[in-house]
Write a protein that binds this ligand. Structure first.
Ligand code: EAX
Length: 323
């Protein structure tokens, strides 16, 4: 009988008998470097998850868009060909339309407001809608408030942005919002962005300070305007192919580990904002720290009527009402 046992099965039997636990390697991808806010958050999640499962689960990290753009990675997680992605909500609306409400310009007052909304009932409801579309959002991590950079001229008021060809995420709410500033929006996956800026295919882009720092955009962009025009949430998404195999105890471990990862990522965002502006100025960027925010809010106000039609005025008001 023994001779009939396949070597692999035999190894599994021996491993179990000797008490050695089988180990599952989970592939996790994200857009920016291992030392960026996504890398910090992902590493804390992976360490906590490995510890909490006594090493039965371990990550293999793929930073710097090694597994493709965020939209591509979200699709791979949904299909089960990738296990995890730590991604901004930018392209997520293509899979779960309701999530696009959080991408509305000037919807969130500050980080405290945004984090309270995402971690509270409104964010939890969006996580349920994501799960229904085969995307298990373990925790809302964070990309940060987005600011504009360009290579042409300083942007102080909304009218200064008019006519600039700006790369945007593949997100219609962003594009509709930015058009009210007179921007010519060019949707593009993140991995193509640095080259597009370097070659002048687009004049500028908009991203949080941690992304501008980690991606070294100061090498290809002269002007930074602290517009803070959109709060960009992020999500640590697990494939249902993995989730559905987890015990209840391991599901709790994964979720708790993701919450710790989110906290670490949020701290890194704030740290990068505290120190990053001076670094970018040192790299030669001309930074407008006192942009005319009122001009941008005034310009985007008419688009709110469209956003209310798409998401419900009550849903927008509920987010704004969170204290
Ligand atoms: O999530 O595409 C973007 O501009 C995102 O902010 C970036 O991929 C980090």
């Amino acid at each position: 009988m023994t001779s009939l046992l396949k070597p692999l099965a035999l190894a599994a039997i021996l491993a179990t008998a000797s008490g050695v636990q089988a180990q599952t390697i989970l592939k996790i991808g994200y857009a920016t470097s291992a030392t960026s806010h996504y890398g910090v958050g992902s590493t804390v999640f992976c360490d906590e998850m490995e510890k909490g499962t006594q090493g039965r689960y371990k990550c293999q990290q793929f930073p710097s868009s090694a597994l493709g753009g965020e939209r591509e990675q979200i699709e791979a997680v949904q299909l089960g060909t990738q296990d995890l992605v730590n991604t901004s909500t930018g392209p997520l609306g293509n899979f779960v339309p309701e999530v696009k409400i959080v991408d509305i310009p000037f919807l969130f007052r500050d980080y405290d407001h945004a984090r309270k909304v995402m971690d509270g009932p409104i964010g939890q409801d969006l996580q349920k809608k994501m799960a229904a579309k085969g995307l298990i959002n373990l925790a809302w991590t964070e990309n940060g408030f987005r600011h504009m950079t360009n290579s042409k001229h300083a942007i102080h008021s909304a009218s200064d942005a008019a006519g600039l060809k700006m790369r945007t995420m593949e997100n219609k709410v962003h594009m509709d919002g930015y058009k009210t500033f007179g921007i010519l929006p060019t949707p593009m996956a993140f991995p193509e962005l640095f080259t597009a800026l370097q070659q002048g295919t687009v004049d500028g882009q908009e991203n949080p300070i941690p992304v501008i720092l980690a991606s070294k955009f100061s090498q290809v962009q002269k002007y930074l305007s602290l517009t803070g025009h959109v709060y960009s949430p992020a999500a640590l998404i697990l494939s249902p192919a993995v989730w559905n195999k987890l015990s209840d105890a391991d599901k709790k471990v994964f979720t708790e580990a993701a919450k710790k990862g989110a906290a670490a990522q949020r701290k890194k965002v704030n740290d990068d904002e505290d120190t990053g502006i001076a670094l970018l100025e040192k790299d030669g960027m001309v930074v407008d720290k006192k942009v005319d925010g009122a001009s941008f809010r005034k310009a985007v106000a008419p688009a709110y009527a469209e956003f209310a039609k798409e998401f419900g005025a009550d849903k927008i008001a509920a987010i704004q009402a969170v204290k």
